[in-house]
Design a protein around this ligand. Structure first.
Ligand SMILES: [Zn+2]
Ligand SMILES: [Zn+2]
Length: 280
């Protein structure tokens, strides 16, 4: 399985010289399924550059777009996703009902010249919206499952299994607070059980979380504890706070690795960095 980060920033894009190493675009993840269908998770501003890459392909695969939730930082790139304007592309969109509603409103209602210069008639791709993903969905050899998020407005995290390899992508999830319609710690641990890689929102530092309870995000200590309980081999921290420059992102990573080492946990730890790919 191969995946690539096209956007790893939380809340709002944060471009500029101070974030050039980690990246400033908001959430977008590409999963190469090796043949059947390309999977994209979220349409944050990172999806723009991914779209330009896909547009160069002569015979592009159909795309399945999985939306985690309806917040703007996860949808804002869609109107700049070039494949949506090309008849070469077929796009199936899944996500929670609010994400679907917000995106459809963006496409079908806001696409007039009060908000955007391009008319909705210019969408040429075959785009189909699906209300709910089945409990288990198969795309090629990849099996996909979802978990409810602890986040304002809820949403979904996703797990991808192929043969004996597995990756979970869970952003905008508050581990330390159970939301109505969200997940419990036990459910989260079971969902992540045995994953090779867990990509999780680590927007806040442990010393920041007390003043940000209820914002829908987590800390590296909370993620490490879940990973330890679930037997996860490697964690990747994402949804970086827009105020965090490159150096403070490296500091966060260092602190996370020291925490894992102090707890004597044999779990790898990286930052999600825009442009970086993983094959496993
Ligand atoms: Zn977000
Ligand atoms: Zn959110």
């Amino acid at each position: 399985m191969k995946f690539t980060f096209w956007g790893t920033r939380g809340s709002i894009p944060a471009p500029g010289p101070h974030t050039v190493a980690v990246g400033g675009n908001t959430t977008c993840l590409e999963i190469d399924t090796e043949g059947a269908t390309r999977i994209i998770v979220d349409a944050g501003t990172g999806i723009r550059a991914l779209g330009l890459k896909l547009l160069k392909e002569t015979n592009p695969e159909p795309i399945t777009l999985l939306l985690t939730h309806s917040h703007w930082d996860h949808l804002a790139g869609f109107t700049f996703f070039a494949p949506a304007y090309s008849s070469k592309f077929k796009l199936d969109v899944y996500g929670n009902h609010m994400a679907q509603e917000v995106l459809q409103r963006d496409i079908f209602e806001r696409h007039d010249n009060r908000y955007f210069p391009v008319n909705m008639d210019d969408f040429r791709a075959y785009i189909k919206f699906f209300d709910e993903m089945p409990n288990v969905m198969r795309i090629g050899k990849i099996r996909i499952r979802q978990i409810n998020l602890n986040h304002p407005g809820n949403g979904f995290g996703y797990r991808f299994d192929k043969n004996n390899h597995s990756m979970a992508f869970i952003t905008d999830n508050e581990i330390g607070l159970e939301y109505k319609g969200g997940n419990t710690t036990v459910e989260l641990i079971e969902f992540c059980r045995g994953c090779n890689i867990l990509i999780h929102d680590a927007q806040f530092l442990p010393e920041e979380i007390a003043t940000h309870r209820g914002w829908g995000h987590s800390t590296y200590t909370e993620i490490a504890d879940i990973a330890a309980g679930a037997g996860v081999k490697h964690i990747i921290l994402t949804h970086h706070d827009p105020e965090r420059d490159d150096q403070s992102c490296w500091d966060l990573l260092q602190a996370a690795r020291e925490y894992l080492s102090r707890r004597d946990l044999d779990i790898g730890c990286d930052l999600a960095i825009e442009g970086q790919s993983y094959t496993f």
